[in-house]
Ligand binder design. Structure first.
Ligand code: ADP
Ligand code: MG
Length: 253
C-alpha cells in the first residue's frame, strides 16, 4: 500500500495534536499548534532555527510535557495523567541529529538493548530482529562495529535500525542529516525514502528541501511557534502563499 492511498478523510489520524502550548519559563515556544498525521503519511516540518520544530517533535512522545493542549496518538491522549507514557512511547521511534548511540556497544547491541529491556524479548529473537533491521539499512556486515568505528552516515543508519527494531508505528526524525558531512547525507536519505515507500508513518524535521519535495505527502512550515502554512510540497515549497514562508525559502533554496 502506498502512503497516498490513505488520507485523513478515510482513516482516523495516527497523531492528532490540538492547541498545543509549550513554554520554557517565559519563553512561549509553541503557541497553539493543531497538527494531525494520517497512517502512512510522511510529513516534513520545515522552518527557521528556534521556531519550535524540535520541541513539537519532543512533545509527540512526551520528552517535553506541554502546558496546554492534547497529544493524541492512536486514539490515546498522552497528556492525560492516567496515560501510561512508557507504553505509548514504545510505538514511537525517534532519530536525533546526533545519533545518540551507546558508544561502548556494538551496532548489534545498540539494536537489541531496548528490545530486551523495554519489550522483554528473548535474546535470540532480539538478535534476529536487530539483524533484519541492520540489513534493511544496509549494514548487515557492520554488526560488530562500535559507533566510533563507523562513519556518521553509518551511525545514523544504526540509529534508524535501532528505532525500527522496536516495531514502531510512527517514526520521528529530528534533522537526521544535519550533523553529517555532505557526502554522507544521501545514504541516510535513501534509507528514509525506502521507509516512506514501505508505508511507514513519518514526521521529519529537515532542511533537505529536495527530500521534502520528493518524499513528503505534506510539508508544514513553522515559524515563531505556530504553523504558518501547510500543504503539498508543490504548494508550500513550490508556491508558498505566506510572506514568512517565501522569505525562509529564499534563504534556504
Ligand atoms: P527548532 O528545533 O525549530 O530550532 P527548538 O524547538 O529547538 O527549535 O527551540 C525553540 C525554542 O525553545 C528556542 O528558543 C530554544 O532555546 C527553546 N528551548 C528548546 N528546548 C529547551 C529547553 N529544554 N529548555 C529551555 N529552552 C528550550
Ligand atoms: Mg531543532
Amino acid at each position: 500500500m502506498t502512503s497516498n492511498e490513505q488520507t485523513p478523510e478515510t482513516s482516523s489520524p495516527l497523531v492528532d495534536i490540538r492547541n498545543l502550548h509549550k513554554s520554557f519559563g517565559d519563553n512561549h515556544v509553541l503557541r497553539g499548534i493543531d497538527f494531525s498525521v494520517a497512517p502512512g503519511e510522511v510529513v516534513c516540518v520545515i522552518g527557521p532555527s528556534g521556531s519550535g520544530k524540535s520541541t513539537l517533535l519532543r512533545c509527540i512522545n512526551m520528552l517535553e510535557e506541554p502546558q496546554e493542549g492534547d497529544v493524541v496518538v492512536r486514539g490515546e491522549d498522552l497528556t492525560d495523567p492516567d496515560c501510561d507514557i512508557d507504553a505509548a512511547r514504545r510505538h514511537i521511534g525517534m532519530v536525533f541529529q546526533q545519533f545518540n548511540l551507546f558508544p561502548h556497544q556494538s551496532a548489534l547491541s545498540n539494536c537489541t538493548l531496548a528490545q530486551r529491556t523495554v519489550l522483554g524479548r528473548p535474546a535470540a529473537e532480539a538478535t534476529r530482529v536487530a539483524r533484519m533491521n541492520l540489513e534493511r539499512v544496509g549494514l548487515a556486515d557492520k554488526e560488530d562495529a562500535l559507533p566510533a568505528q563507523l562513519s556518521g552516515g553509518q551511525q545514523q543508519r544504526v540509529a534508524i535500525a535501532r528505532a525500527l527494531s522496536m516495531a514502531p508505528l510512527l517514526m520521528l526524525f529530528d534533522e537526521p542529516t544535519s550533523a553529517l558531512d555532505p557526502e554522507l547525507v544521501g545514504e541516510v536519505l535513501t534509507v528514509m525514502r525506502g521507509l516512506a515507500d514501505e508505508g511507514m508513518t513519518m514526521i521529519v524535521v529537515t532542511h533537505e528541501m529536495a527530500f521534502a519535495r520528493e518524499v513528503a505527502d505534506r510539508v508544514v512550515f513553522m515559524d515563531g511557534g505556530v504553523i504558518v502554512e501547510e500543504g503539498t510540497p508543490a504548494e508550500v515549497i513550490g508556491d508558498p502563499q505566506e510572506e514568512r514562508t517565501q522569505e525562509f525559502l529564499r534563504r534556504v533554496l
